[in-house]
Design a protein around this ligand. Structure first.
Ligand code: SF4
Length: 371
């Protein structure tokens, strides 16, 4: 409890907010700070951080929700494997993500074998306990979840379990940050770097953003004091023109990250180009299973081709994911698109910007009152 009080202390948050206002006034222009982590996006709205900031400091959300950046093609592949008789094991928030013209939940309603699990190890156990089934785990997520999937593949090798496979869709955050700063439509003055991803990769991988692009970076924790203090550090860098990578989340993140997790990822995966929903292919931004572990790579063992032609549902997730628009700028936000009737992945996932804005963005009352 002491921990929570310390990082939610009202006097401290007010004092930091005052400091932010002073530095922002000194800067004297609009400053756009981007977070690339769904948990940050949620904490910012849930704790009313935006209301504590002066009008010239804008917080925008980037592609920090792993489900949201997973493209239609991946969902189409997963549904194809389910139709071909594989038992698909997945995290629950993938169930309602729309593919080109179907989703896992629709396929399940037609009797396909699709099961929600809580971890890749649960999927491995499923494969062990059902030796006649061919179990496919949907490996999606950033550097935070990739080590767990690497561990399950490594364990499958050790245990000799060959009916467990992974459909690998993992993505890496720093290459996406590079693409965003190079896009002239996306103006970013600083990054709140993701706390969970940084716990694995450390704070050093953001140094290229300082060196090559002069973009301030602060690794931030998830409590109100963490986020406000990180904003304060970013503004102070901008004001003093002393740009660097700082680590506010020192109680979890180190410069080099989690060496064991990184070694596990290096052992099982190779780096590859990857398709991001709404952004396109980003060089060296994905992980694929290395040849040594191809026995656990469903695409190597049972390759299938899908031709994805997404329906135009009017969804603007691509623009939301790049911080080009706010979820409320989408004409479908709230009605008809809401968490009970999602049109796009940003409304499906609890880490998606549209879902978070619907739940915490003070629009909910208005929408519900209008229904
Ligand atoms: S509100 Fe719905 S339709 Fe609009 S961008 Fe978000 S998920 Fe897509």
């Amino acid at each position: 409890m002491k921990y929570v009080f310390e990082f939610r202390n009202q006097n401290l948050t007010r004092a930091i907010a005052r400091k932010i206002s002073q530095v922002a006034e000194k800067i004297g222009r609009e400053v756009r700070l981007m977070e690339v982590c769904g948990t940050h996006a949620m904490a910012i709205l849930k704790f009313g951080i935006k209301e504590l900031l002066p009008p010239n400091v804008k917080l925008v959300s980037g592609p920090g929700c792993p489900v949201c950046v997973t493209p239609d093609e991946y969902i189409d592949l997963a549904c194809t494997y389910a139709r071909d008789g594989f038992l698909v094991a997945t995290f629950g928030d993938m169930m309602r993500v729309p593919g080109s013209n179907t989703s896992l939940i629709r396929e399940k309603s037609k009797g396909r074998k699709i099961k929600v699990v809580y971890s890749p190890m649960d999927a491995l156990e499923l494969a062990r306990s059902l030796p006649m089934e061919r179990v496919v785990f949907l490996g999606i997520g950033f550097e935070t979840t990739a080590p767990g999937v690497a561990a399950s593949i490594s364990a499958a090798e050790e245990m000799g379990i060959k009916n467990f496979m992974v459909l690998c869709g993992h993505k890496l955050i720093p290459p996406a940050m590079r693409v965003l700063v190079e896009d002239p439509r996306v103006r970013i003055d600083g990054f709140l770097c993701p706390g969970h991803v940084s716990a694995i990769i450390g704070s050093r991988p953001y140094e290229f953003l300082v060196k090559n692009y002069g973009i301030p970076c602060v690794v931030a924790g998830f409590e109100p004091v963490d986020i406000l203090q990180s904003i304060n550090l970013l503004l102070s860098q901008i004001s003093s023109k002393k740009i660097k990578v700082e680590n506010e989340y020192t109680r979890v993140v180190t410069p080099d990250g989690n060496l064991k997790a990184k070694q596990l990822m290096e052992k099982v995966f190779n780096i590859s180009d990857s398709q991001w929903r709404g952004i396109g292919v980003i060089k060296d931004s994905g992980l694929i299973i290395s040849d040594k572990y191809s026995l656990w790579d469903i695409q190597a063992r049972f390759p299938v081709k899908v031709s994805s032609s997404p329906e135009d549902r009017g969804c603007r997730c691509g623009e939301v994911l790049q911080g080009l628009i706010e979820p409320e700028d989408c004409a479908l936000f709230g009605d008809p698109c809401n968490p009970y009737n999602p049109f796009g992945p940003c409304m499906v996932s609890t880490e998606g910007a549209c879902n978070i804005h619907y739940r915490f963005g003070h629009k909910e009352d208005k929408i519900e009152a209008g229904n």
